[in-house]
Design a protein around this ligand. Sequence first.
Ligand code: PMP
Length: 319
Amino acid sequence: MVKFAATGSYIYFDGKMVPEREAKVHILSCAVKYGATVFEGICAYRNKKSGEVNVFRLKEHLDRLQYSMRVMRLEQSYSNDEMEKILLDVLTKNEMRNDSHIRLSAYVLGEGFLDSRGPVALGCLVVNRHEKSLADKTVKAQVSSWRRIDDASMPPRIKCAANYHNGRLATLQARGDGYDEAILLTPSGKVAESAGACIMMVRDGVPMTAPVTDGILESITRASMITLFEKELGKKVQEREIDRSELYAADEIFLCGSGYEVTPVVNVDGMKVGNGGVGPLTQRLYDAYDACTRGQLPAYQNWLKPVWRINAGMAAAGG
Ligand code: PMP
């Protein structure tokens, strides 16, 4: 029997909250046969002073899930309000009072052929997140010989499970060659993203990142960081095509995503990035992001959805 990593004890699965071991999908479902699944990875953070827990940019994640369903032509049978309630119920049922990572999936549970659009079920599970310093998160990256999927064949801007086979091939190649992460280029050779995060780099004090038309997921963290760079660090981020060789000239590079948060890339293709450590702007940006996700920056309160509110006695879900 295959074992799965321990999650919160309860998973929302196909209409009800069930113990983890009961959340099973049939082998003949389109979700298994064709990877007909779209999903979101979402984080919730605890404010260390007040103990409050908030989900970060929940609305944006739910909107993107709806968009992924629309593009993949899954039946859109759930409203954002329904999905939000399910997600908050999973957090409270599992008593998640610390940092956590939530996976919300919509999948074709029914049996059928390639044209099946439903029935679509939702699944939602949560796992604990463990905080790490940037110095403990540094990675070495390899520019992959695999190219990023293209919008004309499999749209990378949506979060469809089948898309991840592209990043999987690149990651396996990178790990096999002694690196931690892969960087994928577009079919025309421009920097796209890594298997599970977008890429930002700093050169001569200017932050830059690939445009959303260069084979990337329309990342919510990337958008948040563009705002934080500008509003908190006074730096405008250039969204423009990036050549591979610019990676070798960068002073700082980092990966960004809900799960990766800020992950410094200290080496590309065996060449040191900057001085080979965590760059100063990378650190400052992460500090701003951390304060923002934990509800310490009042200007970004509207990015947070409360799960537990301390002065409501920690008992009330949803604020
Ligand atoms: N690119 C890919 C391929 C990803 O899987 C992710 C993680 N969702 C990201 C970028 C970052 O997206 P987000 O900031 O919305 O988590």
